[in-house]
Design a binder for this molecule. Sequence first.
Ligand code: SDX
Length: 394
Amino acid sequence: DTGCFTYDPGFTSTANCSSKITYIDGDAGILLHRGYPIDQLAEQSNFIEVCYLLLNGELPNEQQYREFDRAITQHTMVHEQMNRFFTGFRRDAHPMAVICGVVGALSAFYHDSTDINDPHQRTVAARRMIAKMPTIAAMAYKYAIGQPFIYPRNDLDYTSNFLQMCFAVPCEPYYVNPVVSRALDKIFILHADHEQNASTSTVRLAGSSGANPFACIAAGVACLWGPAHGGANEAALNMLAEIGTVDRIPEYIDKAKDKTSGFRLMGFGHRVYKNYDPRAKVMQKTCHEVLDALGGHDEPLLKVALELERIALEDDYFIEKKLYPNIDFYSGITLRAMGFPVSMFTALFAVARTTGWIAQWNEMIEDPEQRIGRPRQLYIGSPQRDFVPLNQRD
Ligand code: SDX
């Protein structure tokens, strides 16, 4: 049942819970959101529509879409007092540290108006979270670079608004590049939800105690930050930059195959996919689109990434262990080309994944059978023994 964890000797924990939101067939490389294939959603839908789908189970009709889009737009500002939270952080704090703190603080602002047993208040909390996450992430970026916060604009779509909050300055008009905005929308769709990954399981476990949803999302942000999870896009770009040129790839392939090196190819492998991550295919295509639109088609790191993928997919080690590129392998190159610093890559992942977190949280709270999660363990410590007073110990 929801939140019940079972351990196997390999100490890999699998969360057994039922959900209608996302289906993954790791062997076949299939990802469906409420039955719709991820590549069709990325190419034919938009992020706000996918948010509606994840939350409500069906694609919206025109009136439902307009109402939902307006409801999100009307919640994009954060309480003006929130600005003070940012000034308490060091300027060089990692944006994920700032976002984790500020999102947790939202629970202080909305705690008394979030009765999680009231479906309407859950819907309001979901819309608030989806609407405010881009604003908070953009504020974390602006704070880090010492620029003034830019207010959201209600005349822009979700991703164009996020881009202007990140890159506009009060001194001059900001032009949103439609190719970049559309590409970011696709990237948000690709990152929106992914079944019971580590951060979503964290949100579910925290939420199963009845905790405030904003505090639960903050827990998800903390988990996503790890380099083995959402931090991999940052780690993958740093790895590609360290490799630098295609002639150095064999050296890193050998290092990745040497267990004693502790080195893994970032953006490669997946706990569930033992085939090509379907998101990575769309991500690679989007990467080409953005680089072509921004004149970066000669991006040396893309050449390294494509050659690294080609060599790895022909290597017996990677074939035997079924290691393929995952969503993080090409996302870093794309986001950097859009103008985002590496430090913001995981923050962008968090903006998109907020929808999956809050949809999965809502699904769990709605379940009348849900109980507090209570993982068990395999005890491997000392057998029972009697206490020894200090003066009798060796
Ligand atoms: C995300 O769960 C999700 O859905 C996550 C995510 C989402 O959308 O929420 O998809 C997002 O987190 C994607 C993954 C991003 N992380 C990285 O790219 C970091 C690099 N990848 C690895 O650390 C690793 O692949 C993991 C963490 C993703 C999975 O780790 P596992 O579960 O240990 O991988 P595995 O059991 O499938 O590994 C099988 C073998 C192991 O060797 P053996 O113990 O069998 O000898 O392959 C090896 C691993 O050591 N291996 C790698 C490798 N990944 C696994 N060897 C070299 N390079 C790699 N990248």
